[in-house]
Design a protein around this ligand. Structure first.
Ligand code: P1T
Length: 379
């Protein structure tokens, strides 16, 4: 089946009692056993819920995996995946990551005995150089948040496979519509479903998808044991959002390119970060590995004050954390999404105080450009 057919139908057969074409919200905590020693396949709603199950099956289909698990947030999904590891295991991670992922690694998981090395995985050879005998997992964000650097996923998968290292990719920025890490040999994909997958800025959630039965078994065990599940209502919202993922991504991509071109030509703008621009350092790889460039664009102005003047003047674009919604969201990574990354490290990664990040929404692009233009005049 095609992508949109799966987004609309996979895991979502008509409900058998009434024929309801949408999956009902099974708002229950438990299920009656017909008799002692036998249940219906549904025993307790932390372990299994029909609305969540429909979403998990749909997500597995869209990512080309066999199993998916839905969690209460993107961070809960990442935390659950890191639970595949044992005390003392070593992880290599992309150096530029969502600030919250860096915080989880540095300030939570390190305390539980995991060790982390950060490498610029976009640089050929950097991953091999960081390998240790105890490396058990490689964690990659691509394109990265917020500098949009792109890592070669086939190379990562090949390096990891040879050494029985688990490869994990945060596919939040591209969504399965534009990038399919599992098809390139990656073991696990994670998402903040809060972003493009749900797409309407009205739910916090996350998921992990894999094609490996051994990892799926452990993920299912951890999901049930730790219990950070997505609620039935949020599962329903995400199922509803998913139905238009292809349409939304096509529009985000079209408008993302227009915004990147506009910023590139603007006198007030120093540097534009967008994988679709021919001067992006991994543009050729991005063209090969992704089927679109998406709607995330970052750029730099002279300094913090210029960024503040611009951001405070916006009328349509909303100054807010998050991304991937139908409305254009704009943020200042250094003080918002990446505030938990130490200042020196931020500067090393290029997250300067004059950087602004836009999640280009699906409004009429002329209106987005006009708002940016009037705000940039203040920069
Ligand atoms: O917010 P949550 O659903 O827990 O997702 C965390 C997360 C994971 N991975 C990536 C790539 C992300 O961008 C995020 C969350 N990011 C933002 C809130 C943001 O504005 O960048």
């Amino acid at each position: 089946m095609g992508f949109s057919t799966d987004a609309i139908h996979a895991g979502q057969p008509p409900e058998p009692t009434t024929g309801s074409v949408t999956v009902p919200i099974y708002q229950t905590s438990t299920y009656v056993y017909p008799e002692l020693g036998r249940h219906t396949g549904f025993d307790y709603a932390r372990s299994i819920n029909p609305t969540r199950l429909a979403l998990e099956r749909c997500l597995a289909a869209l990512e080309g995996g066999s199993h998916a698990y839905a969690y209460a947030s993107g961070m809960a999904a990442i935390d659950a995946v890191m639970n595949l590891l044992d005390h003392g295991d070593h992880v290599i991670s992309t150096s530029n990551l969502y600030g919250g992922t860096f915080r989880l690694f540095e300030h939570v998981l390190k305390r539980h005995g995991l060790e982390f090395t950060y490498a610029d995985t976009a640089e050929p050879g950097a991953l091999e150089k960081a390998l240790q005998p105890k490396t058990r997992l490689v964690y990659v964000e691509t394109p990265t948040n917020p500098v949009l650097s792109v890592t070669d996923l086939k190379q990562v998968a090949d390096i990891c496979k040879k050494r029985s290292i688990i490869s994990v990719v945060d596919n939040t920025f591209m969504s399965p519509y534009f990038q399919k890490p599992l098809a390139l040999g990656i073991d696990v994909v994670v998402h903040s479903t809060t972003k493009y997958i749900n797409g309407h800025s009205d739910s916090i959630g996350g998921c992990a998808v894999t094609g490996r039965a051994d990892l799926a078994e452990r993920l299912a065990f951890v999901q049930n044991s730790a219990g950070a599940i997505l609620s039935p209502f949020d599962s329903w919202l995400v199922l509803r959002g998913l139905k238009t993922l292809a349409l939304r991504m096509q529009c985000h991509d079209r408008s993302g390119r227009a915004v990147a071109d506009f910023l590139k030509a603007h006198a007030k703008v120093d540097k534009v970060y967008y994988p679709g621009l021919p001067d992006h350092p991994q543009h050729a790889l991005a063209k090969r590995q992704m089927s679109g460039f998406g709607g995330m664009v970052s750029f730099t102005l002279a300094d913090y004050d210029a960024a503040k003047r611009m951001l405070d003047r916006l009328k349509l674009c909303a100054l807010a954390e998050s991304l991937g919604g139908v409305e254009t969201l704009i943020c200042h990574p250094a003080s918002m999404t990446h505030a938990s990354v130490p200042a020196a490290e931020r500067r090393r990664l290029g997250i300067v105080d004059g950087m602004v990040r836009i999640s280009v929404g699906v409004e009429d692009v002329e209106d987005i450009l006009a708002d940016l233009e009037q705000a940039l005049q203040a920069a």
